[in-house]
Write a protein that binds this ligand. Structure first.
Ligand code: PMP
Length: 400
């Protein structure tokens, strides 16, 4: 029986209904077909500017072929955990290639990036240690830190004085771990890794970087944030996901052999959850190969990114600190952000709204994600619609 107090809680949760009534509910839209930069929803073609497939590889013939072959060889699922019956040869091959790619001794594949952070952050430092987070770290890092029983402290976003202030309060030999997003998922800015690793060295702390939005995007051949700053040896743990540039589903953590061996035998979200199907591992392997073989993809991604971020700024939007293919444009009002998203949707452009509580209401924004495979024509179409709707909704008159 659902108790009265709970019934009331669910009944009173009416926010989605209000958005639905106003015709501006933007979530759970069922995609009927996905052709990389174009999708079909309710029989209508839309340009996709809300996907994390930065390299545009989910429809690449080699990626699809690899996944199909893996189904023929292994079936559709491992039907079990990595720990027991769920490790295929493809999982091992993928781990070896990811370790080499990130410049680490070993890697461990999890079922999602979220689980990777849960499992790694929760088991690293233990109940006598301290975990220090950037306040804008991804939710999975926050959840992992909650499961850790460690003391958890947050520093203001990218504020190195604040970080140092926290580090200073502990003796050098106190076990501490700093966890940051390499590229922050909402606003697309890059962490200040040179300063973070310098402080970590000075005060004695381990450094873990979440490269979900950095892999395939920054660093030599897309090796990520540590490589981008030439600091691979100073970063102790690198994690990332397959659900963005690697055109699949799953996640991994890379570090020393000893760290990985420890995680393999302590990390509950890996041990007690089924592994990714071999077809997903095969797709990620193929994507990883393509990224290294086709550097022109990363160039195209950056060309597109520079082109669109300039255009968005020229329209008059504040795109803030974005340095990556995540292009936020600030609307600074939840309701108008939903209206803007809906109007773009009606005009055939799919983007994601980011509103409170994900960000403070006066920082609500629309997030465009750029792909290597967007054509100039598609970018121009999106820019034209954004400009048209900005004027229609009088965004600048109201907010600036
Ligand atoms: N870390 C960051 C920074 C992310 O943005 C995401 C996904 N949005 C994740 C981790 C989780 O990855 P996954 O989708 O593979 O669970």
């Amino acid at each position: 029986m659902i108790q009265q107090a709970l019934l009331e809680k669910f009944e009173q949760f009416t926010a989605p209904n209000e958005l639905k009534r106003a015709g501006i509910y933007p979530y759970f839209r069922p995609i009927e077909e996905n052709h990389d930069t174009e999708v079909i929803i309710h029989g209508r073609k839309l340009l996709m500017f809300g996907s994390n497939s930065y390299m545009g590889l989910t429809n690449h013939p080699k990626v699809k072929e690899a996944a199909k072959k893996a189904i023929d060889r292994f079936g559709s699922s491992c039907s079990g955990s990595r720990f027991l019956n769920g490790t295929s040869q493809l999982h091992i091959e993928l781990e070896e290639k990811l370790a080499a790619f990130t410049g680490k001794e070993a890697a461990l594949v999890y079922s999602t990036g979220f689980q990777t952070n849960l499992g790694t952050v929760a088991s690293m430092v233990g109940r006598h240690g301290v975990i220090i987070l950037d306040e804008l770290d991804h939710a999975s890092i926050i959840e992992g830190s909650r499961l850790s029983f460690s003391r958890v402290l947050k520093f203001a976003h990218n504020d190195m004085n604040d970080l140092e202030g926290i580090l200073k309060t502990f003796p050098h030999d106190k076990v501490k771990m700093i966890v940051i997003d390499g590229v922050f998922s909402m606003e697309g800015d890059i962490c200040n890794l040179p300063e973070i690793t310098r402080l970590a060295e000075k005060y004695g702390a381990l450094v873990m970087v979440d490269d979900a939005h950095a892999l395939g995007v920054i660093g030599n051949q897309g090796r990520g944030t540590a490589d981008h700053f030439n600091l691979t040896d100073q970063v102790d743990i690198i994690m990332s996901t397959f659900s963005k540039s690697l055109a699949s589903i799953g996640g991994f953590v890379a570090s020393t052999k000893d760290v990985i061996n420890y995680l393999k035998h302590h990390s509950r979200p890996m041990i007690f959850s089924a592994s990714i199907p071999p077809s997903a591992a095969a797709a990620a392997l193929a994507a990883l190969e393509i990224i290294q073989e086709e550097p022109e993809r990363m160039e195209a991604l950056w060309d597109n990114t520079h082109y669109i971020s300039k255009a968005i700024r020229d329209i008059g939007f504040d795109t803030n600190t974005s340095e990556t293919p995540i292009i936020p444009f600030y609307i600074r009002d939840n309701q108008v952000t939903f209206q803007f998203t809906q109007r773009l949707y009606e005009e055939g452009i799919f983007v994601n709204p980011v509103v409170s509580p994900a960000v403070p209401s006066d920082s609500s924004l629309i997030r465009m994600s750029i792909m290597a495979t967007h054509t100039r024509c598609q970018l121009d179409e999106a820019i034209g619609k954004i400009e048209q709707i900005a004027s229609e909704l009088q965004v600048f008159a109201e907010r600036h």
